[in-house]
Design a protein around this ligand. Structure first.
Ligand SMILES: CC(C)(COP(=O)(O)OP(=O)(O)OC[C@H]1O[C@@H](n2cnc3c(N)ncnc32)[C@H](O)[C@@H]1OP(=O)(O)O)[C@@H](O)C(=O)NCCC(=O)NCCS
Length: 192
């Protein structure tokens, strides 16, 4: 591990992490979940799987980002990825997307898909690094401000090419952050 890399951990986001996730969300999106809606999502949406990324601080772990997906039939739908504004461009977004794809593959999802604001160049670049291709758009999909959504999807997660991509991306994350950057789904706390 590079000596300057902070110690991190990636784990399943649980109800006790609600406040931490909401603090990140408030700083990341103009429109976000209300506390009640997010709590209900965690309690009642059996298709939802969320991950939390924490960094070691003096004697405790600090949440720096979180991400989530829905298991929709055989396809994973990425719902959110967010990193605290002052922690961005440190590779944490990649760790979170890597974790989501790992979870999706562990639940035998064939592919992963998402919508993103057309103007969100940061997220589009992050997703494209993880093999999400732009396959279409949804006109005026977003409100406040109104904007088109870009639909992005991966090729088959089980394909040799995609698994090769994940292996290369995983190696680069481990070189930078150590093994903790790429836990298995079970290692994150999912019952797979
Ligand atoms: C999108 C987001 C999660 C990226 O998180 P991050 O921790 O900054 O991402 P990383 O540092 O891992 O960056 C990975 C790659 O994404 C791309 N990227 C990230 N931020 C970028 C920016 N501001 N401009 C252009 N490309 C960017 C780059 O390709 C980057 O690789 P590089 O640093 O080697 O150039 C973060 O900007 C965020 O939380 N935004 C607000 C919430 C949001 O819009 N979420 C996505 C929609 S659900």
């Amino acid at each position: 591990m590079a000596p300057t890399s902070p110690r991190i951990r990636v784990r399943r986001l649980v109800l006790a992490d609600l406040a931490a996730a909401q603090a990140i969300e408030r700083e990341s999106f103009d429109e976000g979940w209300s506390a009640t809606a997010f709590e209900s999502e965690l309690r009642h949406n059996g298709a939802a799987r969320y991950v939390l990324l924490e960094r070691a601080a003096a004697h405790r772990w600090e949440a720096v980002g979180f991400a989530g997906l829905w298991l929709q039939y055989d396809e994973a739908h990425v719902v959110t990825v967010a990193v605290l504004p002052h922690e961005r461009r440190n590779g944490y977004g990649r760790i979170l997307v890597h974790a989501l794809v790992t979870v999706a593959a562990a639940y035998s999802m064939t592919a992963a898909t998402l919508e993103v604001r057309a103007s969100n160049t940061a997220a589009r670049a992050l997703y494209s690094g993880y093999g999400f291709w732009e396959v279409g758009e949804r006109k005026q999909y977003y409100r406040d401000p109104p904007e088109d959504g870009v639909i992005m999807t991966t090729e088959a997660l089980a394909s040799e090419r995609y698994r090769g991509r994940m292996a290369r991306l995983g190696t680069s994350l481990r070189e930078r952050f150590g093994d903790a950057a790429t836990p298995s789904a079970a290692g994150m706390g999912f019952d797979v």
